[in-house]
Design a protein around this ligand. Sequence first.
Ligand SMILES: [Zn+2]
Length: 99
Amino acid sequence: MAKNEAKADSARRRMVIESIVEGRKMEAYAEHRTKEMNTCWMCETICYRKTPGQKIGEKWICIDCLRQMKESLDTLDEWEEELAMQKDARSQLDGDLGH
Ligand SMILES: [Zn+2]
């Protein structure tokens, strides 16, 4: 591909990306105005249609954050073990220093 063609191609691609971004902004704005919109308590994404959310207690949490939370919960046991180990190590160290 000639240099100029490549340049024109990347300019065209940028224009396409820009128009997509603009479109998304408009959509976000439209979603913002709807009464049904809820803002994710954790990441402030608007929970509505494209990004569904769930109300947990008084807070809305989007599906992305829920997935992340689930992942964290799935590894919670490992995490707690690790924390317990750290605590043990720390108290052992403190004990050693105390002697
Ligand atoms: Zn979220």
